[in-house]
Design a protein around this ligand. Structure first.
Ligand code: AP5
Length: 196
């Protein structure tokens, strides 16, 4: 399966991506994690990314698109993948469309996790205390939320128009949210199967 998981900062994309990808036997690809690894290793890409991430801004499309294109060309993605946190801009949607078109593959589903704003902020402030992520300060969280609302939330309309979008309640215990996502994916597979 080729899947996307979307949602605002703190909605649980990364947490759910790992579980769902494991259950489906496909790689979970988190652009945020790849950037953080590069920042920690002080690579050239990491030095560029850090400046944007620390401010809660998006890393430029050119950098992000090249990174994702290269990652999707790796052999473990041949039979599917779950992208977490990509695409976030219209240019990234177009890039992903081109990468998929070049291989003759289609997306199977896009899951958007829906969680109340107050819960999101509580989760991120809690993580700030336990993990000390540089972008989990109150000010940067606000900027990340703003950017999501301005640039990323509108993208879901594109996927809704293609009949791929599934809204999933992301509040509640992690296992319950995973079960909601797998149910939705199973239903969408059954619907595709019955229409063939
Ligand atoms: P990224 O790491 O993707 O950050 P984000 O989108 O802000 O999302 P988070 O990781 O904060 O939240 P999440 O939704 O993944 O939730 P999580 O599972 O972690 O990106 C970081 C930065 O990289 C961006 O700001 C940008 O600079 C750059 N970047 C990344 N992708 C990019 C792109 N495509 N283009 C340009 N720039 C890009 O959970 C959050 C917390 O909640 C955790 O502590 C978790 O344990 C907890 N939690 C999760 N689920 C539950 C639950 N059900 N109940 C209670 N707690 C829960």
């Amino acid at each position: 399966m080729r899947l996307l998981i979307m949602g605002p900062p703190g909605s649980g994309k990364g947490t759910q991506a790992v579980h769902i990808a494991h259950l489906l036997g496909i790689p979970a690809i988190s652009t945020g994690d790849i950037f953080r690894t590069n920042v920690a290793e002080e690579t050239a890409m990491g030095r560029i990314a850090r400046e944007y991430m620390d401010a809660g801004e998006y890393v430029p499309d050119q950098v992000t698109n090249t990174m994702v294109r290269d990652r999707l060309a790796e052999p473990d993605c041949a039979s599917g993948f779950l992208l977490d946190g990509y695409p976030r801009t219209l240019q990234q949607v177009d890039e992903l469309d081109q990468v998929l078109a070049a291989t003759g593959a289609d997306l199977d589903a896009v899951v958007e996790l829906v969680v109340d704003q107050g819960v999101l902020i509580d989760r991120l402030l809690l993580r700030a205390r336990s993990e000390g992520r540089a972008d989990d300060t109150a000010e940067v969280i606000r900027r990340r939320q703003e950017l999501f609302a301005e640039q990323t939330a509108p993208l879901t309309i594109r996927y809704a128009d293609r009949g791929l979008l599934h809204l999933v309640d992301g509040d509640g215990p992690v296992e319950l949210v995973t079960a909601r996502v797998t149910d939705v994916l199973a239903e969408s597979r059954a619907a595709v199967g019955s229409s063939r």
